[in-house]
Design a binder for this molecule. Structure first.
Ligand code: ATP
Length: 411
């Protein structure tokens, strides 16, 4: 569809980047990146009309994003998930090498690919009908995918953009590739030159979040430690045995939770960051939030969750020895965000407590308070602030299995 449309507008069109890489790796990837030699935004508008989607355009970068829902139904008759197509414009231009090498003229798709992070991401497939499926590989991408190596396209790549250090590690671990020899040297150089210091907090935070969303993020963090990248981000960051154990538990808890197929997914990055900063002073925790220029909401939540978790761990200790009731546990965990509850599960070494918390997550949080204030009024009680206390007592009685007695008493 995109190929025919581009052809009718006399544009060359390519699918590029991670989408093509993942086809060769036979991995699913629903995010399509297109590059158009022509007016990318006009093309995106035309394609969106055909697909019945919306377009967000960035005139300055000549890029656009199309969001649309593919026709048809998924499993169990639900509509299919929304899909995103990124469209970029490639233009013929003169590329000044950062090191003042001679200026060269490149065809626009070649130019576009040359700006990318790694060879494995610098691969394009043409989509115009007459050349449909033609691979455009100027930089040895197919060879590197076959050999399973992450390689930059030129020696100043990390100077141009130090976030690529984190990206290299992320792709290496995700695909079980190896960062190439020369690229390894370039990373070490970049770290020594303190290039990470030049990165804005927002870009670092974004890249770190992407990393912490990976399935086996501990491997990424260990590799970061190996390259001394963690320290370069914030001096107090370190993966000692303690962090490694905790982060491994966090991964286990996340895997367990994923199997429950709950509708809300925990923010994995928040849990990862909690694990990384577990032994930090409050001052260092604030320092990390500042270095990463965390948006106020994330910052508040992160700092508050740390405090809350420490307090809850203490409360749970008391609960275990002095109370032990389901309702007691419910009211301790109730104010905690999901990430906090999962963190506590990972952090505690008390197997028994962990079982209680898992029960809380799987059963108790679905316990609905079936009576409402109106029911109480209907029972002839005077409305007032004590209502919330009564409702709480009813919920507690229900959790602890003696609701009928309590309701009879109230009645
Ligand atoms: P993922 O599966 O994690 O989404 P992806 O390869 O699709 O991987 P994106 O971050 O969505 O990664 O980026 C899309 C493409 O844009 C990449 O394949 C890469 O070619 C290019 N790219 C992204 N970030 C950079 C960067 N910092 N420097 C150069 N090229 C980049």
């Amino acid at each position: 569809e995109a190929g025919r449309l581009a052809e009718s507008m006399s544009y060359q069109i390519y699918a590029v980047g991670g989408f093509v890489r993942d086809i060769l790796l036979r991995r699913e990837n629903l995010d399509v990146d297109l590059v158009v030699e022509g007016d990318g935004i006009a093309f995106a508008r035309a394609l969106a009309r055909k697909l019945g989607g919306r377009v967000r355009a960035h005139k300055k970068f000549r890029t656009a994003v199309i969001v649309y829902t593919p026709p048809g139904e998924g499993e169990n008759g639900k509509p299919l998930e929304e899909q995103k197509v990124d469209v970029a414009t490639a233009r013929l231009e003169y590329y000044e090498y950062p090191a003042a090498l001679p200026t060269v003229e490149l065809s626009s798709i070649k130019m576009d690919l040359f700006r990318r992070d790694f060879t494995v991401n610098a691969l394009a497939v043409q989509l115009n009908p007459n050349d449909f499926g033609r691979l455009v590989d100027f930089f040895g991408a197919q060879r590197d995918i076959k050999e399973r190596v992450i390689r930059v396209l030129h020696s100043l790549s990390f100077v141009e953009d130090p976030t690529r250090i984190l990206r290299a590690i992320r792709f290496e671990q995700r695909f079980h590739f190896r960062i190439g020899k020369q690229t390894t040297r370039l990373i070490k150089n970049a770290i020594q030159l303190k290039l990470i210091d030049r990165l804005s907090g927002a870009r670092l935070f974004n890249e770190l979040k992407l990393m912490l969303r990976e399935k086996d993020f501990l491997l990424d963090l260990l590799r970061m430690e190996e390259f001394d990248v963690l320290k370069a981000i914030y001096p107090a960051f370190a993966i000692t045995q303690r962090e490694e154990t905790l982060l491994r538990e966090i991964e286990k808890v996340l895997n367990w939770y994923a199997l429950l197929y709950e509708p809300t997914a925990p923010r994995q990055w928040l849990l990862g960051l909690m694990g990384l900063t577990e032994r930090f002073s409050d001052e260092d925790a604030r320092g990390v939030a500042t270095r990463l220029a965390m948006p106020p909401k994330d910052r508040r939540e992160f700092l508050y969750l740390r405090k809350q978790c420490m307090a809850v761990l203490e409360q749970l200790n008391t609960w275990k020895y002095e109370d032990g009731s389901r309702s007691g546990l419910y009211f301790i965990l109730e104010p905690l965000a999901l990430e906090g509850i999962l963190f506590i599960m990972a952090r505690t070494r008390d197997e028994d407590l962990r079982k209680h918390i898992s029960l809380h997550l799987t059963k108790l949080t679905h316990e609905e308070l079936e009576i409402t204030g109106e029911d109480l009024i209907a029972m002839g009680l005077e409305p007032g602030p004590h209502f919330s206390q009564i409702l709480r007592a009813v919920l507690a009685a229900k959790l602890d299995g003696h609701a009928p007695t309590l309701l009879a008493e109230l009645g």
